[in-house]
Structures are given as structure tokens and as C-alpha cells.
Design a protein around this ligand. Structure first.
Ligand code: SF4
Length: 668
């Protein structure tokens, strides 16, 4: 049977998926998307699908992928979705479809326990904080039983725990083939499994790493595949831009100079002047630092041409050239002595690496790239593509290419843009040739959801704004007994609002305030999901910032109100935003219309998407920013949101809240 027909049959009312998966219900949007994916996988090409919340897009690409018989790479932006696909959705569907696919999941090396570094950390245990010691003991115990070494198996482990850096490896500190643990190394095992599998779950960062390694022509990290599917594709541009961004930190150069000094006892044998060479490197770094002092209080220095703003062109190129010469002199000598003293090999390699980075900033800026300097005690030189397409000739999914990656490319997400053309998304990935499909959410937003913008609210830059947000959240949370997610645009606002809620306003046994960073995202979301609507355990107000605007899935009554503090415009002082604005101006368009509003619309759509996760959910989106109803552009932003009922007054809002406390007539 042809792939589209096989997929339609599997996802139909009497199909194999319906027979095997209890909660599965056929959905027309899902069938439409699955058909398009199956056609693309069978015939080749590039397909971009924006599939609204509730369409069931995961099955719409997994079923064709599993039935295609070819090798498929599935790439996600987050580890959470990687885990969900690998541990839950793929096993369910392989069983339902009866396909014997070999599957593997590959994450970045910082996700895997490194047994070699665990051994070292064990000996340094007294030097670390008691909480970290307890975490280390837990990791040690788990290391005896884990098969994968994937730290995600420890849900209590916060992604930002300092212990993670102690027990995982980096490219620099992995000792590779000379490692005594190499035979049982979890990173190596995961890579071997990925190379041998039919369905490989990766993340966007790894995809770019593989692309870069392939272009160097020396190796590959991932197997070649017939199809590549990117879920959470809306994050591809920013992840790719970060991946290709080059940085040279003067702090790193200063530390390197100290390292040169530490090896003086070896170097002095053939270079009696070694100490003065080291001083010279430090002086050259210091000279560069002097030139990198931007305007008082500004975190960035712009760099639009051959040299940074406010520096003399000649002085700048001279400082770069002199530093390069000083490094080169050291590199030549280190090279001549590394055979004699093996300990110098790493230092010589580090020197070569720094020279290569310095070269990047000495050459003319490639078209479509920008440079700037992050100022501070030590400056950092930065070079970044303006958008991802500027870093990958031919785009992510080339039509005609030597790149043997794939013949079909699928990009999907619940939110890829604010309009029907998805122009920004296509441009950013170089995907203008793609076929675009938009599948609407099956939810009845007009019945299930409402939006409220408090009309008499302090403006977003008013000093009373955060207090007013906190007061409103108290009203909501005490009426509902928690069930609220507060999404802020900055970490500072998050902390202030959480503090106000906790210490000055909300101090009740019925409602507990959780804040991003106090535990892992997975654990915080789980606690919100499990909060009991019947009052047996305290209800939850979760206060979080940017990373919770997406990827939080809490269906049911545990989450009934999402509060957004301000319209999520991009920060105008960010060098990337400024560069994108300049480009739009050069194209004869207006940055506010073509960058700031689209960006805010997409982010608002993502934040609002946390509210209704099931056809029986009910809820209210509260946006504490009067610009949404008072400014002309507010209409455009509202139009990008699902068609929710509008609540105009505080009284109507309180009434709507009360209604949420009554049992739903549709009920879960
Ligand atoms: S090979 Fe590298 S990552 Fe693997 S155990 Fe050894 S040091 Fe760790």
C-alpha cells in the first residue's frame, strides 16, 4: 500500500492506532497533516506545517515516519519533548502499528553521566556544598543501575544544578581514547546506538553540530536519513543563530596567559625570555580591553563596519594584529617543544584555537552577519548570523545539494508565525521553496476560553505595575484556590511578583506559590498538574518567565487562568534585534510593523497556548497590559490569538472566575 493510504488507514476510526491506544480519537486536522507528511516522505520535498494546539501533530508525523520504512531523524528543541517521544509516543505507536523499528535517542554530551568525571568529583566531594554532596551521592547510587546514563532519569535534578558540570564531560575535558572508562562510556554508547537506529530522536543543536562536522568532511555525528522532522520548529532560528555565533572572550585570553606563565619552568629551557613573552600577551590583551570600553553603562558596543563604534580604525587593527603576532610566537615555540614535554600539547592546541578565533574578527564581516562587543570588566567579541539562513548556504533544507542528509524535510510547531504566509519563519530558515500547510486547532475557543485585559491598570512601565499584577493574581488565586500560571517577560518581574505574592499578600494554607528555578521545569509543571482541585492539597500558583511560555502542558482544572504581565516585545537594545531592525529599514519596511509586532504576536500566542489543552478545558487569559486595548496595534495582536470571548469589565471578570469554580457541564 502507498504510504498516504497506509497512514490514513492506521489513523482512521477502525485503524490500528485506535485499537491499541485507549485515549486516541481520529481527528480531521490530524488526518490532513498526516496525509501531507506521508506524501512529502514518499515523494520528497519540504513541508512546513503549523498545527494548532490539539491537532495531534505528534502522531501525524510519527505514524508516517514509522510506516515509511526509511531512516528518520526526529529533532526537537527541548529535552522534554525528546524524552516524551522516545519513552512514550514511539513505543506506543511501534506496538500499535506492529513495526519492528530500531529506535534511539541522542542528546548533547552534557546530558550524560561521565563515569570518569564522577570518579574525580567523588574525591573532591568535601569541597562542595552539602546539598550538592547529597545530589552527588544520589547520582553515584543511580550510576550503578542506569543503562543509558541520561541524567533525565533523575527528575529531581535541576538542569541548572552545579553538580551537573562536575559529573558530565565537555569536548575539552573528555580524554577520549585514553579514558579508562571508554568501553562503558554513556556518550559513546548513545552515539553508537544512534548510528545504528532507524528512528533517531535528536535535538536541533545536535542537528547543527552534525551539519558542521559533515561540512568539515572528516566525520559525522548522525546517520544519513531519508527524512528529517523538526518539531518545535519555531525555535530553529534562535538555536541555529546561537550555534553559529562566534565569541572571543578577553577573560578567556587572560586565563590563557596565566596558563602560559604556569608552564614557564618547561619553556625557559629553550626560551630564556619566556616570562617577557607572557607579559607581552597580557599587555596585548589589556590593550584590546582598553579599546573595548563602550559608553558608560551600556552592555554593548556596536560594530557595524571594520572596527567597533567609538574606536580608531588603525588602533583597532593594530591591537588585533599585535595580539595575533604574540600568540603566533608562542604557538611556534610550543610546537617545537611539545614532543619533549607532552604536557605542552594541550596548551599549543589552545593557542591555535585562540588564533583561529582572533582571525574570525580580523577578517571582513561576511554578508548577513553582524558583530558587536559585550562590554564589562572583560569584554567579549561576538560575531553572529543575523538569521539562520545567513549561516547555512542553501538553507536548512536545500533543494539541490551535495548534502546527503535527506530527501524530505518536515517542519512543524503549534506556532510558526502570526499570519497565513509564515514569511518570517520561511525566510529565517531559507525555506521559501517549502509547501506550507496550516491546520486549525479543533478547540472551540469562543466557548472554552475568554480574554481579559484589566481596563484600569497601571501602564507597563509604571512603578506600580508589578504590585498591581500581584494584587490581581491574589484575587484570582484565592477565588480559584490556585490553578494559575503567571508568565512574566523578565526574570526580574518574575522574582518581584513572586515575592509580593509570597510574603506580603498571599500567605494561605490553601494556595502555594511556586517559582521557576526552585526546582526543574518538569517537577514544577508536574506539581501544578497534580494540584488537587478539591482542596486536599494546596492549589498552586506557578510564577515563571520566558522558558515557561511554551512546553507547559497542564490539561484539566489544575490550570484555569494564565496571567501575562506585559506584551512580549523583543528587547530593542539587543544587538541581534537592532541588526534585524536595521535590515528591515534597509529593505524599506518599518521594524515595528515587521519585527516587533510579529515577535510579540508569536510569543503571546505561545503563552496563551498554555491555557486550553483539551476540548473540555475552560479558562481565562489575562493580559495585564492596557496597550493591547488602547493602542492601534493591539488589534493586530488580538487577531493573532485564538478567537476567545472578550471580557470587558472587572465585574464580568469576577463573575467569569466564579463560574470557573463551578463544576463544568461538560466536565473532564
Ligand atoms: S570517554 Fe570522555 S565522556 Fe566517556 S567516560 Fe571517558 S572522559 Fe567521560
Amino acid at each position: 500500500m502507498a504510504l498516504p493510504a497506509a497512514v490514513a488507514s492506521a489513523l482512521g476510526a477502525l485503524g490500528s492506532v485506535a485499537r491499541a491506544v485507549d485515549e486516541f480519537r481520529p481527528r480531521s486536522g490530524q488526518a490532513t497533516m498526516a496525509h501531507a507528511v506521508a506524501v512529502a516522505m514518499q515523494t520528497g520535498g519540504t513541508l512546513v506545517v503549523e498545527a494548532g494546539t490539539g491537532v495531534g501533530k505528534t502522531y501525524a508525523y510519527l505514524v508516517p515516519a514509522l510506516l515509511s520504512g526509511g531512516r528518520v531523524l526526529l529533532s526537537t528543541a527541548t529535552k522534554t519533548l525528546q524524552d516524551q517521544l522516545y519513552w512514550r509516543d514511539i513505543p506506543r505507536l511501534t506496538a500499535a502499528l506492529g513495526v519492528p523499528a530500531r529506535t534511539a535517542m541522542l542528546k548533547g554530551r552534557s546530558s550524560y553521566l561521565c563515569m570518569q568525571r564522577l570518579g574525580i568529583a567523588r574525591h573532591d566531594v568535601r569541597a562542595i556544598h552539602p546539598t550538592a554532596q547529597a545530589q552527588l551521592a544520589r547520582i553515584e547510587q543511580w550510576s550503578l543501575s542506569t543503562r543509558t546514563g541520561d541524567l533525565a532519569e533523575l527528575p529531581e535534578m535541576d538542569d541548572y544544578s552545579p553538580v551537573i558540570a562536575l559529573v558530565t564531560s565537555t569536548r575539552d575535558n573528555c580524554i577520549g581514547s585514553s579514558c579508562p572508562q571508554v568501553q562503558t562510556c554513556h556518550v559513546n554508547q548513545a552515539r553508537r546506538d544512534a548510528m545504528a537506529a532507524d528512528i533517531v530522536v535528536i535535538n536541533h543543536h545536535l542537528f547543527f553540530a552534525d551539519l558542521q562536522i559533515r561540512e568539515s568532511g572528516v566525520a559525522e555525528l548522525l546517520p544519513s536519513a531519508q527524512s528529517v522532522v523538526f518539531d518545535e520548529a519555531h525555535q530553529l532560528n534562535e538555536i541555529g543563530v546561537q550555534f553559529y555565533c562566534r565569541k572571543l572572550s578577553l577573560a578567556q585570553l587572560d586565563r590563557y596567559a596565566l596558563d602560559l606563565g604556569k608552564h614557564g619552568h618547561l619553556m625557559v629551557q629553550s626560551c630564556p625570555d619566556w616570562a617577557s613573552w607572557v607579559v607581552e600577551v597580557r599587555q596585548r590583551v589589556g590593550r584590546l580591553q582598553e579599546l573595548c570600553t563602550g559608553a558608560e553603562g551600556s552592555p554593548y558596543m556596536s560594530w557595524s563596519d571594520t572596527h567597533p563604534a567609538d574606536t580608531d580604525e588603525h588602533a583597532w587593527s593594530l591591537a588585533l594584529a599585535q595580539l595575533h603576532t604574540a600568540l603566533q610566537q608562542c604557538e611556534v615555540l610550543l610546537r617545537s617543544m611539545e614532543e619533549l614535554f607532552g604536557a605542552l600539547k594541550g596548551l599549543r592546541e589552545h593557542t591555535a584555537l585562540l588564533m583561529a578565533e582572533l582571525d574570525v574578527f580580523s577578517h571582513p564581516l561576511p554578508s548577513g552577519w553582524i558583530r558587536w562587543i559585550e562590554t564589562g570588566r572583560y569584554a567579549t567579541l561576538v560575531q553572529s548570523p543575523r538569521i539562520l539562513a545567513n549561516a547555512i548556504p542553501g538553507g536548512i533544507a536545500p533543494v539541490h545539494s551535495e548534502r546527503p542528509n535527506a530527501k524530505s524535510w518536515i517542519f512543524t510547531s503549534a506556532t510558526l508565525g502570526h499570519d497565513a504566509t509564515l514569511t518570517e519563519f520561511l525566510e529565517s530558515g531559507g525555506l521559501q521553496h517549502a509547501q506550507v500547510l496550516q491546520v486549525a486547532s479543533p478547540f472551540d475557543y469562543a466557548k472554552q476560553a475568554a480574554i481579559f485585559v484589566p481596563p484600569h491598570f497601571p501602564g507597563p512601565s509604571d512603578v506600580q505595575h508589578r504590585r498591581a499584577v500581584a494584587n490581581l493574581v491574589v484575587q484570582i488565586a484565592t477565588t480559584l484556590g490556585g490553578r494559575t500560571l503567571v508568565l512574566t517577560t523578565t526574570l526580574r518581574a518574575m522574582r518581584e511578583i513572586a515575592e509580593l505574592l509570597r510574603h506580603h499578600i498571599l500567605d494561605s494554607a490553601e494556595v502555594e506559590v511556586l517559582v521557576q528555578g526552585e526546582s526543574s521545569k518538569r517537577e514544577l509543571t508536574e506539581r501544578l498538574r497534580k494540584a488537587s482541585p478539591d482542596g486536599h492539597v494546596p492549589g498552586i500558583v506557578l510564577v515563571a518567565s520566558v522558558s515557561f511560555w511554551e512546553g507547559v502542558d497542564v490539561p484539566g482544572d489544575a490550570l484555569q487562568v494564565v496571567v501575562i504581565d506585559k506584551l512580549p516585545f523583543p528587547p530593542p537594545d539587543s544587538p541581534l534585534v537592532a541588526a534585524r531592525s536595521r535590515q528591515i529599514e534597509e529593505d524599506g519596511r518599518k521594524p515595528f510593523q515587521h519585527l516587533y509586532i510579529p515577535h510579540a504576536a508569536v510569543a503571546l500566542k505561545q503563552g496563551a497556548g498554555r491555557l486550553i489543552r483539551h476540548e473540555k478545558d475552560r479558562g481565562i487569559l489575562v493580559v495585564c497590559d492596557v496597550r493591547l486595548i488602547k493602542m492601534g496595534y493591539g488589534r493586530r495582536l488580538l487577531a493573532a490569538l485564538p478567537p476567545m470571548k472578550k471580557i470587558e469589565t472587572q465585574e464580568a471578570f469576577m463573575e467569569a472566575l466564579e463560574q470557573l469554580t463551578r463544576p463544568s457541564t461538560t466536565g473532564h
